[in-house]
Ligand binder design. Structure first.
Ligand SMILES: Cc1cc2nc3c(=O)[nH]c(=O)nc-3n(C[C@H](O)[C@H](O)[C@H](O)COP(=O)(O)OP(=O)(O)OC[C@H]3O[C@@H](n4cnc5c(N)ncnc54)[C@H](O)[C@@H]3O)c2cc1C
Length: 503
């Protein structure tokens, strides 16, 4: 294997994969280093017994419909993998439940969402209409101003954007709705951003609602590993090299520019471009090191805090979903309606009261598990800190105690669930930390405060030849991270062209 490449990609998560594949398709000589033994980062699967468990993908955004194709269609086509994948559209956004108080299904359709909410909350009929009118008008301004790249973005032209983009989502929910159950039903997607509406920009909540309603949530046939494998195949097919079980240990910097990478096995690779899909904490503090790291990168790290991780139960059931009353692919189960209380619980080990999400892949894709079986991922947002405080000798007991608390609550909603469990695996934030090497085991990267968003981050790489992509450098989730890899690869290609480095 060569020891000189145009680009070294560190990490084969969504962003690393799309970056590597984009570069290879344009003829660049690329090597991708991945410390794990499979590609995908979060977008992977693992096997227990006869089940292949999906690690992360609950709802894919961005695919769209034949009439209204979403941005992921073009992205996957551009990588030559669109036709190798099959997508399963979900009919509903989610079912949201608070025991004894709320049990509501929202269809993935604007009229359907509004109708379902108005049917359950008739006293707030007009408020519901007004709220979704705002979401749609706000988002059409976002599309014109940013996606269509209007050169003249002014408050006069885009009044809703300027008024609402950075406003906190809780104040907008409070201004529109009275019933806390209604606020819960509309705002529950905050879980996909890891910050409660009080700390989340309305623009982010509006973007998720708009994207999932208009572009429809999807699953990938075969799960997210199929997507990761397809992108790796495309990369290799275009001449790319990949090494698994091979972490990057050092990025060599000389005279303020990237010169190479040293692997954990001690191999040195010469390159002028590194694209890091590892977190900035890993990239700047561990791989580059403080001495070679530009002050601006260290300063940006000082003000940021990492986001929540997850406590996850992967359960393989020896029955079909309907046998235990599972009728929806995505179920949000809450003990109460206070988002801030739920967020406070993410910093504790508590699982008696924490909100959780239960996804059952087989509802949307009946062939996902072996015949007559199904699988569920039950996920509660949890920060790593309380888990880091658990003494190693108590870790297993604590993990089972938390799983027990969640399973009791699952059983209350889906009687017979426990009896049908054939395989079970439990992951804590420390599991994510170990397998994904994400600081804090955080698949969402930094907390998604507006102040840490791309609006306020330096758009230029702080070191010549260094590019970064993934959840830590923008927004979390499949669609944004897949797109960020492509964008970073294009930036490298542009610089190569400017420098006349022949890809
Ligand atoms: C349980 C769960 C549920 C989720 N549900 C959804 C969902 O429904 N919809 C959605 O859109 N998103 C979801 N997400 C979020 C989404 O999966 C992530 O935001 C996204 O996959 C992150 O991609 P990334 O490119 O940032 O890289 P990551 O997935 O973080 O991958 C980074 C890669 O870099 C590698 N790496 C790190 N350091 C090194 C090194 N030194 N050398 C070599 N390799 C290294 C890691 O091993 C890893 O493979 C979920 C995540 C989880 C965990």
């Amino acid at each position: 294997m060569a020891t000189e490449y145009d680009v070294v990609v560190i990490g084969a998560g969504n962003a690393g994969l799309t970056a590597a594949a984009t570069l290879a398709r344009k003829g660049a000589r690329v090597i991708m280093l991945e410390r794990h033994n499979i590609p995908g980062g979060c977008a992977t699967s693992f096997c227990r017994g006869r089940f292949e468990f999906e690690v992360s993908l609950h709802q894919l955004s961005g695919m769209g419909t034949p009439e209204f194709p979403g941005p992921l269609q073009g992205l996957l086509q551009g990588l030559g993998v669109r036709d190798k994948l099959e997508f399963v559209r979900m009919e509903d956004l989610y079912r949201v439940m608070v025991p004894g108080r709320l049990d509501l299904v929202l269809p993935a359709d604007k009229g359907g969402v509004i109708g379902a909410l108005q049917g359950r909350f008739p006293a707030e009929r007009e408020n519901i209409g007004r709220f979704f009118d705002l979401v749609y008008r706000f988002f059409s301004e976002v599309i014109s101003a940013f996606y269509m790249k209007d050169p003249e973005v002014t408050p006069e032209k885009y009044p809703l954007y300027f008024k609402y983009a950075f406003r906190d989502a809780q104040s907008v929910l409070d201004a529109h709705f009275t019933d806390p159950l209604l606020k819960l039903a509309v705002g529950i997607y905050w879980c996909y951003m890891g910050l409660p509406p009080r700390l989340l920009a309305f623009g982010d909540l509006a973007a998720i609602l708009f994207a999932y309603i208009e572009l429809k949530p999807c699953h990938i046939k075969g799960g997210s590993q199929t997507l990761s494998n397809a992108i790796v195949d495309s990369f290799i097919g275009n001449g790319g090299h990949v090494r698994f079980n091979c972490g990057a240990e050092k990025i060599i910097v000389r005279d303020g520019a990237v010169r190479g990478v040293v692997t954990e096995h001690g191999d040195q690779i010469t390159t002028r471009y590194v694209l890091s899909n590892a977190s900035p904490i890993t990239t700047f503090l561990e791989l580059i090191g403080r001495d070679d790291c530009p002050a601006v990168a260290l300063d940006e790290l000082k003000g940021a805090s990492y986001s929540t991780s997850f406590f996850t139960i992967f359960a393989g059931l020896r029955c079909e979903p309907e046998a235990v009353g599972i009728a929806e692919a995505t179920n949000f189960i809450c003990a109460q309606t206070d988002f801030d209380r739920d967020f406070a619980l993410t910093r504790t080990l508590d699982c008696d009261e924490s909100a959780f999400i239960m996804s059952c892949y087989d509802v949307s894709d009946p062939g996902f598990s072996p015949p007559g079986a199904c699988q569920c991922a039950i996920v509660a947002m949890k920060y790593a800190e309380p888990w880091l405080q658990v003494p190693p000798e108590r870790y297993a007991a604590e993990k089972y105690r938390c799983a027990e608390a969640i399973l009791r609550r699952v059983e209350a909603h889906f009687p017979g669930f426990r009896e049908q469990i054939e395989e079970i695996e439990i992951a804590t934030p420390l599991t994510h930390l170990r397998y994904l090497a994400q600081p804090g085991g955080s698949p969402y990267g930094f907390e998604q405060h507006v102040k840490d968003s791309s609006f306020f981050r330096s758009p230029k790489p702080p070191l010549k030849g260094l590019y970064c992509a993934g959840a830590w450098y923008g927004q979390p989730g499949y669609q944004p991270t897949l797109a960020s890899g492509v964008a970073a690869a294009r930036a490298i290609l542009r610089e190569m062209k400017a420098q006349e480095v022949k890809p």
